[in-house]
Design a protein around this ligand. Sequence first.
Ligand code: SF4
Ligand code: SF4
Length: 261
Amino acid sequence: MSLDRRDFLKITALTALFGLGSASAFKLLSPDEILANVEGAASGQLGMVIDMELFQTPTTIENVIEACNRAHNVPSIDNTKHEIKWIWTEKYENAFPENTSEHLSEELKAKPFLVLCNHCDHPACVRVCPTQATFKRKSDGIVQMDYHRCIGCRFCMAACPYGSRSFNWENPRKYIKDVNPDYPTRTIGVVEKCNFCIERIERGLKPACVDASEGAMVFGKLDDPDSAVRAALATNYAVTRKTDLGTGPNVYYIIGGQEHA
Ligand code: SF4
Ligand code: SF4
């Protein structure tokens, strides 16, 4: 299932209703122009598998988040309304609301789930961006951002069903202790999110979070039967988040904890 013109118009109407973008003067692209910008699944689509069973301690999860934050100059802002999140934790019922129940095991209720951008096959965020500041790369399916083109309308934030995007309500540079000179800092008024470590994989490295995960996360090409992601998916039951929405997430979860009496 993919989003169609009616979905696009619905999202546009909703964002207008919420007043998003009202402060920015710009010409909206027509639905045809925006739909022409959407690729669908890319040929060499990259994906990730997160095995929540393999996270032995909360420290490893903290290390994963810290590795991403350090690599990408993600500011540490205490005000939850202004915080910037590339990878963070959610409770099971928030991460997988369609698969929860009132009789959820205590183990699952207590477990923190790592969440990030899913680099979707049919990214709702790309469909609604009026300036093509966010786009899906044909070569590897990464949903990337051009911070310079972002006009801060936040249509993409309203459209993303995973809350994967954050908005810089204030100057983020004030909240970065040690700036990593290898990655650009952002400015006030710009949206940002996980970039699948595009700057690392182009140098032949794994994403920073995967490197810090002590083997609990794997990354690679989903169309390569010999890749680590395919091996993990071939031998485990794995799920994606909010699959019914038709966005086609490319981050998979091995949830575990499925013992029976
Ligand atoms: S998770 Fe959200 S921000 Fe990421 S590609 Fe999908 S719709 Fe876009
Ligand atoms: S893939 Fe890279 S940018 Fe995305 S959450 Fe992991 S470390 Fe952060």
